[in-house]
Design a protein around this ligand. Structure first.
Ligand code: 6PG
Length: 238
C-alpha cells in the first residue's frame, strides 16, 4: 500500500512547494474575460510563504487581482488584528499585492457571537451562487497532525455537516484553542482544484493514515477537478 495519498507531489523545500502552488493558482485563474475568480485561502504556517510569493516579483503580475475574490476556509474567533487571525496573516503576507479591498471576504468575528459569525459567512458565500457551479476556482488546504483540515477536527460533529456551507466550531482540537468558523466538507469540496500544502515531520502520521484509507477530515475533501497533495520530503512517512 502506498505511503502517500494519490495525487502527491514531493518537494525538497517549502519554497519549491510554494512555487508549485503559485504556478497552479496562476494556471487555474488564467482565463479570458472579466468574470469573478475565487480563491479560498488556508490558515496555518505553511501557506504564508505562498502568499508572500504571490505578492512578490515572480508572480504578482501573473495573478488577475482585479477580478480575484479572496475567501477563507476557516477563521479563529479572535479580533481582526490578532496574531492568531488567519485573515490577518494572509493579508499581511499579501500586502505587496494589489488586492481589491472590496474583493476581500474575511470571516467577520468582531462584535459577533460564534453562531452569528458563522451565519454571516454563510450569507457571504451566498453571493457565490446556488452551488450549481463550483464555489471556488482554487481551494488551499492544510493538514493538521490529527488529520484535520480547515477547522474540521476528527470525531467532531462539524465534519458530518452536509447541508450547510459554514459551521461554528465551539472547540478546537488543536492550538490555538479558540472557537472557530469553518467551511464544511461540501463547501471545501466545491472547487475546480484543491491544493493541500503539507510540510514538516509532524505530518507523517496523518499522511500515512490517509494513504492507508483511514477516515480523517482532510481525506474527505474532493474537487470537481483535481485534489493535489503538495508535500515536502520531510513529511513523507516511513
Ligand atoms: C487553521 C488552519 C488549519 C491548518 C492546519 C495546518 O486555522 O489552523 O486552517 O487547518 O491549515 O492546522 O497548519 P500548518 O500549515 O501550520 O501546519
Amino acid at each position: 500500500m502506498s505511503v502517500l495519498p494519490p495525487g502527491t507531489e514531493l518537494f525538497d523545500t517549502t519554497d519549491d512547494l510554494a512555487r508549485t502552488a503559485a504556478e497552479a493558482i496562476v494556471g487555474a485563474l488564467d482565463r479570458p474575460g472579466p468574470e469573478r475568480r475565487t480563491l479560498c485561502l488556508s490558515g496555518g504556517s505553511t501557506p504564508e510563504r505562498l502568499y508572500r510569493l504571490m505578492a512578490g516579483p515572480d508572480f504578482v503580475t501573473r495573478i488577475p487581482w482585479e477580478t480575484l475574490h479572496l475567501f477563507w476556509g476557516d477563521e479563529r474567533l479572535v479580533g481582526a488584528d490578532h496574531p492568531d487571525s488567519n485573515g490577518r496573516m494572509a493579508l499581511a503576507a499579501l500586502s505587496g499585492a494589489p488586492v481589491r479591498p472590496e474583493h476581500v471576504h474575511r470571516v467577520r468575528t468582531e462584535g459577533l457571537s460564534l453562531a452569528e459569525s458563522a451565519e454571516a459567512y454563510e450569507r457571504e458565500l451566498d453571493a457565490l451562487g446556488d452551488g450549481t457551479r463550483p464555489l471556488f476556482d482554487v481551494v488551499l488546504l492544510g493538514l493538521g497532525e490529527d488529520g484535520h483540515t480547515a477547522s474540521l477536527f476528527p470525531g467532531r460533529p462539524e465534519v458530518e455537516e452536509t447541508r450547510r456551507r459554514v459551521v461554528a466550531v465551539p472547540e478546537a482540537g488543536q492550538p490555538p484553542y479558540v472557537p472557530r468558523v469553518s467551511l464544511t466538507v461540501p463547501a471545501l469540496s466545491s472547487s475546480r482544484e484543491a491544493l493541500f500544502l503539507v510540510a514538516g515531520e509532524g505530518k507523517r502520521s496523518p499522511l500515512a493514515a490517509i494513504a492507508a484509507g483511514e477516515d480523517r477530515p482532510a481525506a474527505r475533501i474532493r474537487s470537481c477537478g483535481h485534489v493535489r497533495w503538495l508535500v515536502t520530503r520531510d513529511a513523507v512517512p516511513g
